[in-house]
Ligand binder design. Sequence first.
Ligand code: PLP
Length: 387
Amino acid sequence: MVDTVYLDNAATTQPDPRVVAASASWGAGFGNPSSMHATGRIARAAVDRARAQVAELIGASKDEIVFTASGTEADNLAIRGVLGSMRDGRGHLVVSAIEHPAVLETAYYLQQCGLELTLVPPLENGIVDPDDVAAAIRPDTRLVSVMSANNVTGTIQPISRLAKIARERGVPFHTDAVQAAGKMPLDVKRDGIDLMSLSAHKFHGPQGVGALFVGSDLNIAPLILGGGQERGLRSATENVAGIVGFGAAAEIARAEMSSEACRLVAMRDRAIETVLGSVSGAYLIGDRYRRLPGHICLGFSGLEGEAIKLLLALDQMSIEVSSGSACSVHHAGSPSHVLTAMGFDPISARGSLRVTFGRFTTNDDVDRLLAALPVAVSSLRPLNSSR
Ligand code: PLP
C-alpha cells in the first residue's frame, strides 16, 4: 500500500508525539482545577503551566490567556465579548472581507442585531491595505478585526500597522491568529494587539482547544455563563488534558519556529517554482513572499471549475490537499469568499488548490506531489488543449 502524503496542514495537523505524551501524562490525574483539595490543585497547576506556555508563544502574560474549546469560540468571544460589554448594542464594526467564517458569521449575526458593519476587501495580492482600514474606521467604531494570516491564500497581514491605526483612534483591535500562531513570530505587546484568537490543532496540538488573548486593559463580556472559570470569561470545567497538550504544542512551536520556518520555506519555494515551471497554466494565488512558510495556493487556468475533481484525482494518488474554495465538505464547490473579495470572478473563485506543509512533511512528500500534480492536471484537460 502506498503511504498517504498529507498536505492539508491548514485544515488540521498531526499532533506531535511529544504533545500526545504530555496530554497522556496528565491523563493519570483527573482533578477539577476549581477544587481546593490536593487533586484539584494538581489540575490547576497543570492548567496554569499551560497558560504560561501559550502566553509565551505570543508575548502575553499568563493572566491574559482565556482557554476556549476552539479557535471559533475564541473569535466569537472576542467580537461578541467586546460588543456585549457595551450595553446599548449599537455602533460599527470593521472586519476584513477575507476573514474565516468564525469571524464573518459572527459579524453578520451582529449586523442582524442592529450593528453596522464595514467589510474591507483586500488588494489583488490578498493583503488588506492599512489605508483602507483607516478609511473605514468611524467615530462609533467599536472593534476592528483583521486576521494575522489567511487560511485560503496563506497571505500574512500587516497586523502591527493595522493595530496601530486602530489604537490611534481608540478602537480595540482583534486578530484571528489561528493560522499564524506557532508558524511565525507573534508579539501582542510589541504590536499593540488587544485580542488574539488561537487554536491548538493548527500547530500540532490537540483538536478542540483554543484560547483568546485579552489584553489586561480591556473589558469584555463572557459568552458562556456559569461557575466563573477563566476569570469569569469562559465558565465550564476546563479540558485539562487538551490544555496541557496545547501548552506543550506552544512550547515546542516556539523553540523550533525559526529552524522549522526555514525548512518549510525551502520546501514551499521549491514546490511553487517547480509547479509554475512545469504545469502549464498554473498560477500562484496570494502574495508571492508575504505568505506562511508552508502555505501554497494554486490556480490552473481553464480548470477553475474543476478544483474538486483535481483534489479527488490527487486523493486517488494518495496525496491529500484541499480545495481553496470554501475548503470544507459543508460548502464544497461554492466560490470562495476570499478569492471573490480578491477580485476573482465566481467561476475562478471556485478553482484553487490549497497545499499546506507541516512539521511532518518531508522532501519526499513534496517530490510525490510534484510528480502527481502534472498527471492530475493533464487528466482533466482536454487532449487537444494547448493550455
Ligand atoms: N480562524 C481561522 C483563520 C481558521 O483557519 C480556523 C480553522 O480553520 C478557525 C478560525 C477555526 O478554528 P477551530 O477549528 O479551532 O474552530
